[in-house]
Design a binder for this molecule. Structure first.
Ligand code: ARG
Length: 466
């Protein structure tokens, strides 16, 4: 697709009033064709629906409508096959297509823009594009959730340390940890679904801002374009970019989740943790240190999140001071959304691949799960349950046991019974049943807890919804 940057002649669409033509700087700042050419398919779809409605309502003739539709389909295949010459002089995708239509079909082309403005046209094109992107995002999140469900199934019983403050807290199962991400991405997916519902209204027919005197049928175009209904207020319709901002907000929240996952993968794949090994496909070697395997893809996902956040803040800032209705500032909405969409798609794809491919080192996880006195709470709970101590006293007794084990350089489960009985006389050898990590996780059967039986319940819940 070639760009022509001819600045000599005047803007053909505006005609005589700008006879001297915009100078090079004006053309440069004004043009959006460099990025909004991405909307060509939506623009043509919208124009076909509009022309069809105009003919149906007797606003244009059936002959003109046929010529317009035929011409638009020709343009669609020209663009798809790379045989369309985009011109910056023609400013944007709407005028590029309309100008080409005039060349192809002559004066009938001039009837297409009846009862329409570029303000409702761009609102339509962009909405259609964002809607498709949200639908794609929904599918990709479903794929990521499926990857986690498979890993959770496989590791419903595998113990690992659970962390708070990144300090060993209590043993959990790796399956449980995976299911935490399923909840996060499940919420993201429901935000996507809500956003699709919000934007499912057709802007076309709002015209410049006030509606139109032609007897158009907005319900007909809404239906033809797959929208639930037309928007209700023409002023709001051409000045609203909430759908783009919602997309970016969802992208930012999802990106934040992906980035936390990326961070965990970076930590887990260090030799010091050794919980997972990334596949060669998602890591790189070092050019100087032969032993290294770097989690580059995870790091880049973490970084893409910064970029997505930037786009959200950019569009919120672009919109915040605009009086109703349309202002040209709004042309700056598209690059933010296109860039964020590309980053988000790539980040979800990369994380899905990483989660599916990574090798989980259950032995390392189990060893780490038992270190750091991770079953101290289980000892305290045992004292409450079996010896009738108030929890605060049990906490104190357990603290003394931890200090003793620390002094001896051993784990709680390795302390001799005699030592434990010095700390509290009511402790019996039954206590050892709860000091293992397996017993600890198996006991946490509260709804949503880490016991393998609970993890399986969570998996079943999500399997039925994925
Ligand atoms: N290229 C413009 C945009 O992206 C299309 C709408 C232009 N409307 C106008 N009244 N200048 O916003």
């Amino acid at each position: 697709m070639a760009d022509t940057t001819d600045t000599k002649s005047s803007n053909q669409m505006w005609g005589g009033r700008f006879a001297s033509g915009p100078d090079a700087i004006m053309e440069e700042i004004n043009a959006s064709i460099g990025f909004d050419k991405k909307l060509f398919a939506q623009d043509i779809r919208g124009s076909i629906a509009h022309a069809t409605m105009l003919a149906h309502q007797g606003i244009i003739s059936a002959e003109d409508k046929d010529k317009i539709v035929h011409g638009l389909n020709t343009i669609l295949s020209e663009i798809e096959s790379g045989n369309f010459e985009f011109s910056r002089r023609l400013e944007d995708i709407h005028m590029n297509i309309e100008a080409r239509l005039a060349t192809l079909i002559g004066p009938a082309a001039g009837r297409l823009h009846t009862a329409r403005s570029r303000n409702d046209q761009v609102a339509l094109d962009f909405r259609l594009w964002v809607k498709e992107e949200l639908e794609k995002t929904e599918k990709m999140l479903t794929g990521l959730i499926a990857a986690f469900l498979d890993r959770a199934d496989e590791h419903a019983e595998s113990v690992m340390p659970g962390f708070t403050h990144l300090q060993t807290a209590q043993p959990v199962t790796f399956g449980h940890h995976c299911m935490a991400y399923v909840e996060m991405f499940g919420r993201d997916r429901s935000r996507v679904r809500h956003a699709i519902e919000h934007l499912d209204e057709s802007p076309i027919g709002a015209a410049a801002l006030a509606g139109t005197g032609y007897p158009i049928d907005r319900h007909m175009t809404a239906k033809a374009l797959g929208f639930r209904e037309p928007t209700r207020n023409s002023i709001d319709t051409v000045s609203d970019r909430d759908f783009a901002i919602e997309f970016l907000s969802i992208a930012a929240i999802t990106g934040m989740h992906l980035s936390r996952l990326a961070e965990e993968i970076v930590i887990w794949s260090t030799p010091q943790f050794g919980f997972v090994r990334l596949s060669d496909a998602f890591s790189t070697g070092s050019s100087i240190m032969p032993q290294k395997k770097n989690p580059d893809a995870a790091e880049l996902v973490r970084a893409k999140t910064g970029r997505i956040n930037g786009s959200l803040v950019a569009l919120l800032t672009i919109m915040k001071g605009l009086p109703l209705a349309y202002s040209k500032d709004m042309q700056e909405d598209k690059e933010q959304v296109f860039d964020a969409a590309e980053s988000l798609e790539l980040a979800i794809a990369a994380m899905t691949g990483m989660v599916r491919d990574m090798t989980v080192n259950t032995a390392r996880m189990k060893a780490a799960a038992g270190s750091g006195f991770s079953t101290a709470t289980d000892l305290a709970d045992w004292l409450v349950r079996e010896a009738g101590l108030p929890f605060r006293d049990a906490h104190h007794v357990t603290g003394r046991a931890v200090a003793l084990a620390e002094g001896k350089g051993c784990d709680l489960a390795e302390l001799p019974l005699a030592d434990l009985q010095v700390i509290h006389a009511s402790i019996t050898d039954k206590v050892y049943d709860v000091l293992t990590v397996e017993a600890s996780v198996a006991s946490r059967k509260s709804f949503g807890g880490t016991a393998p039986s609970e993890v399986r319940r969570q998996i079943a819940f999500w399997r039925a919804r994925n």
